[in-house]
Design a protein around this ligand. Structure first.
Ligand code: PMP
Length: 336
């Protein structure tokens, strides 16, 4: 892998991954631990999902499932679609992206700007045939030369994190880490990073950080897939064991409310200059919970999945926060 800080990158694909690891001052001071986080918002498509997008496309090319002039179809909360559009533009493929209409305006506008063909569908449960995942599969089946990326059950997704995220975290901490935690959308990040880190050291504690409205906390705590409550966090919250989650080495689990995640989003913005989405705030709350469980002096790593700039119309819009019963950024309320 080339070091793009000292050598020019040959293309945008070489800018994917190799993200910096940053020490989070507030969370570290609050726990007496070192809480470190991967700056995934620095990927060219602006999120952690660029890694999976690249591996899914290159795996399909290697299998002969995607040929020159082909089209990649995917159902996504948005970030995987953006990652796929970046990768496909650089490689000469088209993209068709199916997304629930409840996701942020910024992600839709970004997909349109990238030239992706955007198909918006009403939000529906997974059991509904019109759910965005099933809709995307049908479109792929009906489109000549199409690859269905299938991020939930295509394990090229988690392989990206075994190969890149886990390897980077191991190298960047010099192997001195005691825990890793993050939330789950597809499960690629948690399972892949968990499996990769365990290959280096089985003693590293891998923890799930689940939002409300997802079923995994109860699954790992009590063996039962059962959701309670709800969350407005985009890109996370899973109700089933995807192929990417199969065999994930989960040692502990935490459940984090939106209010707690939002609090960290606000603090990290105003105290550390980090502009983040809600899944990042929830991940940081999970890292704090894991650090408290492991005890002072330990090192815990988590993920800063995407930027708050993707949520200016929601998380950083006091009117929207009011409609969702969430605390608005106090510094914005003052001027609203
Ligand atoms: N946070 C955000 C903002 C995301 O878009 C996603 C991907 N859906 C995740 C976290 C979770 O990543 P994964 O799919 O690897 O579980």
């Amino acid at each position: 892998m080339i070091d793009t800080r000292t050598t020019p990158a040959a293309d945008v694909l070489q800018l994917i991954g190799n993200t910096p690891l940053i020490r989070l001052k507030g969370p570290s001071e609050a726990t007496g631990c070192e809480i470190l986080a991967k700056c995934e918002f620095m990927n060219p498509g602006g999120s952690v999902k660029d890694r999976a997008a690249l591996f899914i496309v290159e795996d399909a090319e290697a299998r002969g499932a995607l040929e020159p002039g082909g089209v990649v179809v995917e159902g996504t909360a948005g970030n995987t679609g953006i990652g796929l559009a970046v990768v496909c533009n650089a490689k000469g493929y088209r993209t068709i992206i199916v997304m629930p209409e409840t996701q942020s305006r910024e992600k839709m506008d970004t997909l349109r700007a990238l030239g992706a063909e955007l198909v918006l569908v009403p939000a529906a449960p997974y059991s509904n045939p019109n759910h965005f995942v099933h809709t995307s599969r049908r479109i792929a089946e009906e489109t000549p030369g199409a690859l269905w990326a299938d991020q939930f059950d295509n394990t090229a997704n988690r392989f990206a994190h075994i190969r890149t995220t886990a390897a980077e975290i191991w190298a960047q901490t010099g192997g001195k880490l005691h825990g890793f935690t993050c939330a789950v959308g597809t499960g690629g990040t948690l399972a892949g990073t968990g499996l990769g880190l365990k290959e280096h050291s089985p003693d590293i504690t891998i923890a799930l950080t689940d939002p409300y409205g997802a079923a995994l906390y109860n699954y790992y705590a009590h063996g039962e897939l059962r959701a309670e409550g709800s969350s407005v966090a985009e890109g996370i919250g899973q109700g089933r064991i995807t192929a990417n989650l199969e065999g994930a080495p989960v040692d502990a689990q935490f459940r984090i409310s939106d209010a707690e995640g939002v609090q960290w989003v606000h603090r990290l913005m105003m105290e550390e200059g980090l502009c983040l989405g809600l899944s990042s705030g929830i991940n940081v709350a999970g890292a704090v919970a894991l650090a408290r469980e492991l005890g002072p002096g330990k090192t815990v790593v988590t993920m800063l999945c995407d930027s708050g700039l993707r949520y200016l119309s929601t998380l950083f819009n006091p009117e929207w926060c009011k409609t969702k019963d969430l605390p608005a950024p106090p510094w914005l309320e003052a001027v609203a």
